[in-house]
Design a protein around this ligand. Structure first.
Ligand code: COA
Length: 263
């Protein structure tokens, strides 16, 4: 294995035509700050035209989290403008993954919450360990998902179940995620990367242009999502001017329950 470029918040490796991206903020449960999203975007874009790379595995460092969401400590003091920009940039990063011409598999090794689940949903497939947990807990913070979670979750699991998860903020386990179609496979933790490699090794024997075209064509079906994406960006940004957002994020950082007032 050889490291080609050094990033601040992720590590990357190339092995047997597979590109591995690992989010490397284990002490913060791999929470996605602006730098992490930028690193992931640059890493993904770096292999778009590399013919020797035939697939990507995206995972989180350690055994506890894939990514526990956007970095609450970073965005807690954002203004409406900064919140809107954060959402716009997050959308762009996840679109770069979704439109990657090589198959991208999220190897979900633990918590995939909020932005972490949104990141996983932007990948072409999701494989998780038996210990993985999923959810969109933004309502606990007085906001909504800002990285297309309101759109991709409904696409993947259907409107009714998506609305339930988005409004309750419930955290679900790996088998429930499998049942809902949120993940493709659940495997024991020590077989997580092996399972992703098995899928990519199968795809590696297929025609690369055909594989890239499948991704493009399937994505085309979902492009009608544009209006929903824009609405989500605007709504997400506006929450940064609300009292409940300040209360929700302060409560998380102070490790206490939030008291929302609908303002
Ligand atoms: N943003 C910033 N920091 C985060 C984070 C996030 N989304 N998720 C976890 N962390 C940090 C914690 O603040 C803590 O840091 P500290 O050690 O400096 O206090 C560290 O990661 C470990 O998390 P902790 O909460 O102590 O672990 P836990 O096992 O008790 O709980 C979770 C795990 C995932 C249930 C809990 O961390 C959590 O609820 N995270 C936020 C999930 C969320 O709301 N995501 C959506 C954000 S939009």
């Amino acid at each position: 294995m050889s490291n080609e470029i050094t990033y601040e918040t992720i590590t990357t490796e190339e092995k047997d035509q597979i590109f591995y991206i690992t989010i490397n903020r284990e002490d913060k449960l791999n929470a996605l700050n602006i730098q992490t999203l930028s690193d992931i975007k640059n890493a993904i874009l770096s292999i778009y035209d590399k013919t020797n790379i035939r697939g990507v595995i995206l995972t989180g460092k350690g055994s506890k989290a894939f990514a526990a969401g956007a970095d609450i400590a970073e965005f807690a003091n954002f203004t409406v403008e900064e919140g809107t920009r954060m959402s716009q940039e997050g959308h762009a990063v996840l679109r770069a993954i979704e439109h990657c011409p090589k198959p991208v598999i999220a190897a979900i090794n633990g918590f995939a919450l909020g932005g972490g689940n949104e990141l996983a949903m932007s990948c072409h497939m999701r494989v998780c360990s038996e210990k993985a947990k999923f959810g969109q807990p933004e309502v606990n913070l007085g906001i909504i998902p800002g990285y297309a979670g309101t759109q991709r979750l409904a696409q993947l699991i259907g409107k009714g179940k998506a609305l339930e998860l988005l409004m309750t903020g419930d955290i679900i386990d790996a088998n429930s995620a499998l049942q809902l179609g949120l993940v493709n496979h659940v495997v024991p933790a020590d077989q997580l990367i092996l399972k992703c490699e098995e899928i990519l090794n199968k795809i590696k024997s297929k025609a690369p242009l055909a594989v890239a075209s499948v991704i493009q064509c399937v994505n085309a079906f979902y492009e009608k999502r544009a209006d929903g994406n824009n609405l989500e960006v605007n709504e997400f940004g506006n929450f940064f001017g609300s009292e409940d957002f300040i209360e929700g994020t302060n409560a998380f950082l102070e490790k206490r329950p939030a008291k929302f007032r609908g303002k």
